[in-house]
Design a protein around this ligand. Structure first.
Ligand SMILES: Nc1ncnc2c1ncn2[C@@H]1O[C@H](COP(=O)(O)OP(=O)(O)OP(=O)(O)O)[C@@H](O)[C@H]1O
Ligand SMILES: O=C(O)C1=C[C@@H](O)[C@@H](O)[C@H](O)C1
Ligand SMILES: [Mg+2]
Length: 178
């Protein structure tokens, strides 16, 4: 069974929705950030602090290559993972890449009290989020096999993804301004 790999911006719900997909589809859930943290023996924030973002991106790429070898998983990717071509290539063609498309306003609200995402721990957080979101949106869209709107409850979104992956619901990529 091929993997379902969720991509999208921090806070779009990859980890939350991914666990629901796993529960309902008989796949095992795996969170890429947690996988990297277990291998490194430190948190993502600690990796950023101690070694910097570039080293984190190399560890993230190793994780993508390793996880693409496995089968039957729901993988919640890190928020930045699918902005790198080499990581898209690790999964493309073998697994189903699903972009969880959530408007920035909803994401901001979901993450308003978050202190665990190092890229957002800065005074100009609002501007950084907006710039990152606008830069990354078309990249996630291009990487994905399936695009699903993720504003609904985690369970409803999970079922929409399962249906789309099973082909019972033809999920065409909407136009990026739709
Ligand atoms: N469909 C949803 N409806 C309401 N809240 C949600 C939904 N999905 C996720 N959340 C909430 O939004 C926050 C971020 O969700 P989550 O951690 O799943 O995002 P993520 O995409 O995995 O982020 P990251 O890329 O940083 O790992 C959590 O507090 C979660 O409870
Ligand atoms: O959006 C990003 O670039 C990131 C998202 C998180 O999942 C972590 O992978 C890390 O904080 C970087
Ligand atoms: Mg997550």
């Amino acid at each position: 069974m091929n993997n379902i790999v969720l991509c999208g911006f921090m806070g779009c719900g990859k980890s939350t929705v991914g666990k629901n997909i796993a529960r309902k589809s008989g796949r095992k859930f795996l969170d890429m950030d947690s996988y990297i943290e277990q291998k490194a023996g430190m948190t993502v924030s600690e990796i950023f602090e101690k070694y910097g973002e570039e080293k984190f991106r190399d560890m993230e790429h190793d994780a993508c290559v390793e996880l693409a070898e496995l089968e039957g998983l729901v993988i919640a990717s890190g928020g930045g993972a699918f902005t790198f071509k080499r990581n898209v290539e690790a999964f493309k063609g073998k697994d189903k890449i699903v972009f969880l498309d959530v408007p920035l306003g909803i994401i901001k609200n979901r993450l308003k009290n978050d202190t665990t995402r190092p890229l957002l721990q800065r005074p100009d957080r609002d501007r950084v989020m907006k710039d990152l979101y606008n830069n990354r949106y078309p990249i996630y869209h291009a990487a994905a096999d399936i695009v699903i709107k993720g504003q609904n409850t985690p369970l409803k979104t999970a079922f929409a993804i399962i249906d789309a992956v099973n082909g019972t619901d033809v999920a065409e990529k909407p136009h990026k301004n739709a």
